[in-house]
Design a protein around this ligand. Structure first.
Ligand SMILES: [Mg+2]
Length: 122
């Protein structure tokens, strides 16, 4: 079974792949492996563990060193751990039927009220 079956067309980038297509690809990947018994605790732990793996790349780095790693010297590792975080977030949304566009929109609306844009500071 090849990765092409996971509905993310080869070479397609963010401007050509829907969130729904990503959700379906992750659901199919999990379903193919029988990973259907996950729960909110497993998934929240997995998100945190993968976020820690992402953080480990930058342990003891100055801001400049971290930027250099993310952009150049640890680029592939950085991309993989970022993908792991997102894959588990998408799994969580699938298991608990959370529409990502809707919940991000709603949370950003709350954040905008909590952190209003300050005018006249230029
Ligand atoms: Mg990882």
């Amino acid at each position: 079974m090849g990765h092409a079956e996971y509905r993310i067309p080869e070479g397609a980038r963010d401007d050509a792949v829907s969130v729904q297509a990503l959700r379906e690809a992750v659901a199919q990947f999990n379903g193919d492996r029988g990973w259907t018994g996950l729960n909110a605790a497993n998934l929240a732990m997995s998100i945190s563990i993968e976020a820690s793996e992402l953080l480990e790349i930058f342990q003891w780095c100055s801001p400049q060193e971290a930027d250099e790693k993310a952009r150049f010297t640890e680029r592939e590792h950085f991309r993989e751990e970022l993908a792991d975080v997102l894959i588990y977030c998408i799994s969580m949304s699938n298991f608990y039927d959370v529409d990502l566009a809707e919940c991000i929109r709603e949370k950003m609306r709350k954040n905008a009220m909590k952190y209003p844009v300050e005018h006249g500071t230029e």
